[in-house]
Design a protein around this ligand. Structure first.
Ligand SMILES: C[S@@+](CC[C@H](N)C(=O)[O-])C[C@H]1O[C@@H](n2cnc3c(N)ncnc32)[C@H](O)[C@@H]1O
Length: 218
């Protein structure tokens, strides 16, 4: 199976963002906090679609997104309109971005060579007690992903394929408390990126998970 979420190039960004809308919606159905009036970070925001959804649906007060893909960030800024959304080009949390009430990422962790450095940067950016919800389907336990990674890892300059345990260890290692949930996914649009039944459904229902890393209060 081809994973829905792999990132190949900026030329595919617009198409990818359209196809991620149902997952972003599932993410909002899965989280266990109310985002109304909250300041939220999206790591690896690409064209900012998830933050625009949060602004429209969840009543966040401010949204911040960063991504190393400069063209995607230019699009994010243009598409933000008058929403209270701020975007920066970068491969880690920009300096001075802190005190967030919640952070998110969707299919970004598998791209990161320094997972622990990312965990540390997110930890510093969150207010005490705040959660980081990170969604990942591209991990060693997902059927078919090891083959996909073997074929594409060098081309995409990917790190070694992480297991969920590797990811959890990186985050608990910098002081987060970890928890996990299935995503509350309903209908899965069938498309070139998510073509197959039933394998496609089991990917979204079973293997693409939401990890919750909470910064302790003290
Ligand atoms: C599969 S896409 C997911 C994009 C977006 N989260 C979504 O839901 O559509 C992966 C994104 O991670 C970004 N990325 C790559 N390296 C990164 C890094 N070090 N920190 C943050 N984002 C990164 C890519 O530029 C790309 O936009």
């Amino acid at each position: 199976m081809t994973p829905d979420t792999y990132w190949q190039s900026a030329t595919e960004d617009a198409e990818m963002q359209d196809e991620h809308a149902f997952i972003w919606s599932a993410m909002l159905d899965t989280i266990d906090i109310d985002l109304t009036g909250r300041r939220v970070l999206d790591a690896g925001c690409n064209r900012g679609g998830f933050l625009r959804l949060l602004a429209a649906r969840s009543g966040i007060s401010e949204g911040y997104g960063y991504d190393p893909a400069a063209a995607a960030i230019a699009d994010a800024r243009r598409l933000a309109g008058s929403s209270a959304l701020t975007f920066e080009v970068g491969d880690t949390v920009p300096a001075g971005w802190d005190g967030f009430d919640a952070a998110f990422s969707h299919e970004v962790l598998y791209l990161l060579h320094d997972l622990r450095g990312h965990a540390d940067a997110i930890h510093r950016s969150l207010a005490p007690g705040a959660p980081y919800y990170a969604v990942i389907g591209v991990h060693a336990g997902s059927p078919g992903i090891a083959d996909w990674h073997a074929e594409n890892g060098d081309k995409l300059n990917l790190p070694a394929l992480y297991s969920l345990d590797d990811v959890i260890e990186a985050f608990t290692g910098v002081g987060f408390a970890a928890a996990a949930s299935r995503l509350k996914v309903g209908f899965v649009p069938l498309s070139a990126h998510a073509p197959s039944f039933p394998a496609g459904l089991s990917y979204f229902y079973e293997h693409k998970v939401m990890l919750r890393f909470t910064r302790p209060r003290a």
